[in-house]
Ligand binder design. Structure first.
Ligand SMILES: CN1c2c(nc(N)[nH]c2=O)NC[C@@H]1CNc1ccc(C(=O)N[C@@H](CCC(=O)N[C@@H](CCC(=O)N[C@@H](CCC(=O)O)C(=O)O)C(=O)O)C(=O)O)cc1
Ligand SMILES: N[C@@H](CCS)C(=O)O
Ligand SMILES: [Zn+2]
Length: 760
């Protein structure tokens, strides 16, 4: 018997409305609370979320969306795909789980990487030909039963088997050519077992997420998807299956899934809007429920519900049943707009956080299910609210005029050879110049100073004094260690994007708008709601203060336009490229001011350049054009003698390697230590001819690298690139590390550099 899905969301935030889970996790890791207290906190959070979602009126409430750290890691543990090195630690289940997430003793953590094109990170499963899956846990079943005991019938959410395998990497030592997808059949045995148990427990629906199919996939991978769901849908006594794809167009996966026996398919009709036009042409969908993801799950704007209702009404004609949903899990947006007290009213009127998006889904669901005139009126007027909010949005005619007057030469610097000569004469740096990426450890004292400022325990002048003291300490330390190009250490930045958002017009900030980035770490993305401009210099005072303390060059430090957009919630009423150019102009003015203040090296960080790369190859050129263009607009006002650096982390540069060249920075510092300098070969293959600082210190690990190993990496670098163009630096900023590691690691880095220099 089929039961309708009606209105639903694909997932919900789990860190806690006041980051309760973050605090409990960090206390547990510090040994301040017991596992039982952590588990109780987790139970409370799950209970509150289910109660809230059910009370809001959702027809179908998801469960198993909670995680202590990450849903991919949960799946690793659920199917017993735990790498041997963690089993060998002999810990209990919870501590083995945290050992995989964070490392333990001498065993490093599993690899952490970006979840598709979001700012969320997952742990990468490691699988080999010898992996034996077992249904080792019962998390989805236990959480389903807990919710049911609470009176809420839920729809357990699982990571789909094919996406799980596609996200996995071959374990170290696996036979050459081994691909995790080879393990599909044994994994399906275990999914079948789990579905049978969920069905027996009473679950009417189970959701299986297959977002990997919103990226380009081979025919073999699409065939694997079809085979997987063909098999699972033939399972006797199973719950009904909803298979979802999000963060883009489900593309060729849509007809493949429609050809299997699954009852429902969830499509992202925001990022994958184009799929809507193909739905009527897929006859097999006429027997399916379409879960229409029309409420955007990863941005915070209110939905034009009348447009969404019209789209749903049209699509309903082509399918057996239509349910209303979010485009993806709400994990990527903050909990509740009602927790905000200081947003400008005209901005707040345009916003919907997770809780408000649930209301939108419910309202839309009711509108489609019946003909209540009051509901119809609410849906019709929701669009008006969005439109009038947009009409009131901040407009800056001056910046618009500047953008309109831009010419191609505003994105061009002098020829590199001319710049290199001018910079060499001005800076006189040795080959293999040593530097860091910008941030030094954000100590408890530094964070406490900011907390004191917020709480009014210290005034602006007192806060600035404490920051200056920290900058002086960091400058003296770098001089003593013997680094060539210094940084001020970024102590004044709560976050490398939020800090700039707070100083630019056109942004607003939340008090409680935290979003999980990985594990217990959260970010509070600023809201870019109107035209962006720079009312005053943002970094000049800190950089010039640092420069006044030393005769060595101090790098100015800015976050680039693409990263500012990637880690903010960005207006959706104009193309991203147009917004990026406004941010770029603000940065261009900042660079002019830094130059005028005597700063000779300026770094513009773009760690998110790779993250925003569209999942489908056909969309990439357009993205890279505006992304590279906005970076060049930001930096090309610099004089030839000003050395522009950029910094990229998160490896996997293959797809953006040409864009890195296109940025035309004088020096690019780049993550490379873990991948043993592989990026140098990629850069050589495209004739990259600027300065490069391949990271030789993996700052994602607490380990202190030895002088020998860093010297070896540097030697490899100078084999690939002439020494005068090679820089010696860590992989990324040091803000998440402690001085106990950073101090000896930087000393070893300087020593390794001296050694390699001596042999040149
Ligand atoms: C490089 N990364 C970044 C990403 N996105 C960003 N927007 N910024 C990034 O740097 N994405 C990719 C990676 C992700 N990496 C990280 C690394 C570390 C964190 C992190 O540590 N987050 C902190 C919050 C940082 C912050 O805003 N700190 C504030 C203090 C806020 C706070 O918690 N205040 C307390 C009270 C004050 C106190 O007592 O400390 C409170 O409100 O209760 C600051 O420094 O002022 C975290 O704790 O999660 C995130 C992503
Ligand atoms: N300048 C920043 C870049 C991080 S990607 C830092 O050092 O933290
Ligand atoms: Zn970085």
């Amino acid at each position: 018997m089929t039961s309708p899905i009606g209105s639903t969301v694909l997932g919900y935030p789990r860190i806690g409305p006041r980051r309760e889970l973050k605090r409990a996790l960090e206390k547990y890791w510090a040994g301040d609370i017991e596992a039982a207290q952590l588990r109780q906190m987790a139970r409370d959070l799950r209970r509150d979320a289910w109660a809230d979602l059910a009370a809001a009126g959702l027809d179908s409430v998801p469960s198993n969306t909670f995680s202590y750290y990450d849903q991919v890691l949960d799946t690793v543990q659920l199917f017993d795909a735990i790498p041997q090195r963690y089993r060998d630690l002999g810990l209990n289940g919870l501590d083995t789980y945290f050992a995989m997430a964070r490392g333990r003793d001498t065993v490093p953590a599993m690899e952490l990487t970006k979840w598709f094109d979001t700012n969320y990170h997952y742990l990468v499963p490691e699988l080999g030909p010898g992996t034996r899956f077992e249904l080792a846990g019962d998390k989805p079943i236990a959480e389903y039963q807990d919710a049911r005991a609470q009176g809420v019938q839920t729809r357990p959410v699982l990571l789909g088997p094919v996406t799980f395998l596609l996200l996995a990497k071959a374990e170290a030592g696996a036979a050459e050519g081994f691909a995790p997808l080879e393990l599909l059949d044994p994994l399906l045995d275990r999914y079948a077992e789990l579905l049978t148990r969920l069905g027996a427990a009473g679950a009417a629906w189970v959701q299986l997420d297959e977002p990997a199919f919103c990226a380009d996939r081979t025919d073999g991978e699409l065939a694997a998807l079809g085979r997987a769901y063909d098999r699972l849908s033939r399972l006797p006594g199973r719950p009904q299956l909803l298979v979802t794809g999000y963060f883009g167009d489900f593309g060729a996966a849509l007809p493949v899934l429609a050809g299997t026996g699954v009852e429902a398919i969830g499509v992202d009709l925001v990022a994958g809007r184009a799929a809507a036009d193909r739905i009527p042409d897929i006859p097999a969908l006429r027997t399916k429920t379409l879960v229409a993801g029309v409420i955007e799950g990863r941005n915070i704007w209110r939905t034009d519900l009348s447009a969404a209702a019209a789209l749903c009404a049209r699509l309903k004609e082509s399918v057996a049943d239509l349910a209303v949903s979010t485009s993806c899990s709400l994990l990527h947006v903050p909990y509740d707009l009602a927790a905000e007290t200081s947003l400008p009213p005209d901005v707040a009127a345009r916003l919907a956080f997770a809780r408000q998006k649930v209301d939108e889904v419910v309202l839309l669901g009711k509108a489609l299910a019946g003909d209540d005139p009051q509901i119809a009126e609410q849906v019709a007027t929701a669009g008006d609210a969005v439109r009038s909010g947009l009409a009131a949005a901040r407009k800056d005619e001056q910046i618009r005029a500047r953008i309109a007057a831009l010419k191609p030469e505003h994105r061009l610097r002098a020829a590199y050879a001319e710049r290199a000569e001018a910079q060499s004469a001005r800076l006189g740096l040795p080959p293999l110049a040593t530097t860091t990426i910008g941030s030094f450890p954000q100590t408890t004292d530094v964070r406490k100073a900011r907390a004191d400022l917020r709480a009014g325990r210290v005034d602006d002048a007192g806060y600035a004094e404490r920051m200056r003291a920290e900058i002086e300490r960091v400058v003296r330390l770098q001089e003593e260690i013997g680094l060539d190009v210094l940084v001020h250490g970024e102590p004044e930045r709560n976050d490398m994007v939020q800090y700039f958002g707070e100083l630019l017009d056109g942004f607003a900030f939340t008090e409680n708008g935290w979003v999980q980035s990985y594990g217990s770490r959260c970010v509070r993305p600023p809201i870019l709601h109107g035209d962006v401009s720079r009312p005053a210099p943002m970094t000049v005072e800190w950089s010039t203060y640092a420069q006044s303390l030393t005769s060595k060059p101090v790098k100015g430090m800015l976050t680039g336009p693409v990263t500012i957009l990637a880690w903010s919630f960005v207006r959706d009423d104009q193309p991203l490229g147009a917004t990026a150019d406004q941010v770029a102009l603000a940065l261009r003015d900042e660079i002019t001011d830094l130059e005028a203040a005597g700063i000779g090296i300026i770094q513009v960080d773009e760690p998110a350049l790779r993250e925003l790369l569209p999942l489908r190859a056909e969309d990439r050129k357009a993205y890279l054009d505006w992304a590279v263009g906005s970076f060049r607009l930001a930096t090309s006002g610099a004089a030839p003698g000003t050395q522009i650096h950029t910094h990229l982390c998160y490896s996997e540069f293959g797809d953006v390697i040409e864009a890195i060249h296109g940025l035309d920075a004088d020096v690019t510092t780049i993550e490379a230590a873990r991948s043993k300098m592989e990026v140098l070969a990629d850069l050589a293959s495209i004739g990259y001819s600027r300065g490069v600082g391949p990271g030789i210190y993996d700052i994602h690990s607490p380990r202190v690298p030895s002088t020998d190993e860093m010297a070896e990496l540097l030697t490899e670098a100078v084999r690939a690139v002439p020494a005068e163009r090679v820089w010696s630096n860590p992989d990324c900023g040091l803000k998440t590390r402690g001085y106990a590691e950073v101090d000896p690691a930087l000393r070893n880095l300087v020593e390794a550099t001296r050694r390699v220099r001596a042999g040149l």
